[in-house]
Design a binder for this molecule. Structure first.
Ligand code: ADP
Ligand code: MG
Length: 369
């Protein structure tokens, strides 16, 4: 049956994950947009793992190197390239894993572009969320003789430490409460959760969500969550599994000269998330989830065999170098990548293991003992 495949798959996957730790950190450098071609850049990326930032100083220019990334995507990286690296990890939701994908960086650095895409969405420019769901639909179809999957999504935003539903028709929604510890793993019982089975379903719901976000006029100052719930039932044994994936578009973490309430909430919640990720990276037994709604909402997923992925976004303009450095400071704390020579061989090993895993799964699914 499927359970044995699952068990073996899990074991292998955990081995792969242990190679690099459970937190993978990617850097994506935004290109200059049309009309900005003559702007000066602060970014130089020498290889697939290192970014150099040039900072203007009174006495000239100073350079800083950051090498805490599993991989760096340059300005010409396509949406497909960015997604393909994360695909094996995302698929584990169907095996009952919890996956948390974050986009961080200052406003305008490309967070929404990575997770969702530009406003005039085309198949080429679809972001990680669409591609991830599409992948889940395809695989659940492939496995339909073994497993019966139900996939549903909810979308909320957190603004000033209050959670509101984004999947509402009339733009009005009440404040939602978190109930952690329910058997079904749904910690926002009052949020609208809608079954989805095609990319078109997802596009429609995302559009509704974008409309609601735009109406609020604080879209870049709130954290937005797309949460995918997966329930699977073994066709022969009747046993069930569930997995959950959060795709979190974090609020812009830029520093303001005169921080207001809104900015204070953002700073507090992002640094609370940092503390949680540090605790997880260190495999600490005490993880400080309670600090704010952002971390409370993630508690169930992060507390249970999580696969964590952080996309760190970099604005290319030299004017923004200071913000880039403070973004890097945030991720440096929990990045489990160690600099040095061993790194690329680790990555190679990881890739080999992933290939092996894929082959093993395909074999098992084809009915090979
Ligand atoms: P953020 O969500 O971090 O505030 P956005 O994703 O809205 O930033 O990006 C700001 C602008 O830059 C948008 O117009 C977006 O379409 C564009 N953009 C961001 N990243 C890319 C990219 N990799 N390629 C092309 N355009 C991009
Ligand atoms: Mg955005």
């Amino acid at each position: 049956g499927y359970n044995k495949v699952l068990e073996e798959n899990r074991k292998l996957y955990n081995q792969v994950q242990d190679l690099k730790g459970n937190i993978r950190v990617y850097c994506r450098i935004r290109p200059f947009l049309p009309g900005q071609e003559n702007n000066v850049t602060s970014v130089d990326y020498t290889d697939e793992e290192t970014v150099a930032i040039i900072i203007p100083t009174k006495s000239g220019r100073e350079g800083r190197k950051a090498s805490m990334f599993n991989k760096v995507f340059g300005p010409s990286a396509t949406q497909e390239e960015v997604f393909s690296d994360t695909q094996p990890l995302i698929r584990t939701v169907l095996d009952g894993f919890n996956v948390c994908i974050f986009a961080c960086g200052q406003t305008g650095a490309g967070k929404t572009y990575t997770l969702t895409g530009p406003d005039d969405l085309k198949p080429d420019t679809m972001g990680v969320s669409y591609r991830a769901l599409n992948d889940l639909f395809n695989i659940s179809e492939e496995r339909k003789n073994l497993m019966n999957y139900e996939i549903s999504i909810n979308m909320v935003e957190i603004y000033n430490d209050e959670i509101r539903d984004l999947l509402v028709e009339d733009g009005t929604s009440k404040i939602l409460d978190i109930v952690n510890g329910s058997k079904k793993g749904i910690n926002l019982p009052d949020a609208n959760r809608i079954p989805v089975s095609s990319t078109d379903d997802v596009i429609n719901l995302m559009n509704l969500c974008r409309k609601n976000r735009a109406m609020n006029d604080h879209s870049s100052r709130s954290h937005s969550f797309l949460t995918v719930h997966v329930f699977g039932k073994d066709v022969t044994l009747g046993t069930t599994i569930r997995g959950c994936m959060h795709l979190v578009d974090l609020a812009g973490n830029e520093k303001l000269d005169n921080p207001d309430d809104e900015a204070t909430h953002i700073q507090k919640s992002i640094s609370a998330l940092g503390d949680v990720l540090v605790a997880l990276a260190n495999k600490s037994s005490r993880v400080p989830y309670k600090t704010c709604k952002l971390t409370q909402l993630l508690q169930e997923a992060l507390g249970n065999q999580p696969k964590i992925l952080m996309f760190v976004h970099v604005h290319p303009d030299i004017e923004e170098a200071g913000e880039t450095l403070s973004t890097f400071k945030f991720v440096e704390r929990f990045s489990t990548v160690e600099g040095g020579a061993g790194k690329s061989s680790d990555v190679r090993e990881l890739k080999e293991q992933i290939c092996y895993l894929k082959a093993a799964l395909a074999k098992k699914e084809a009915g090979d003992p």
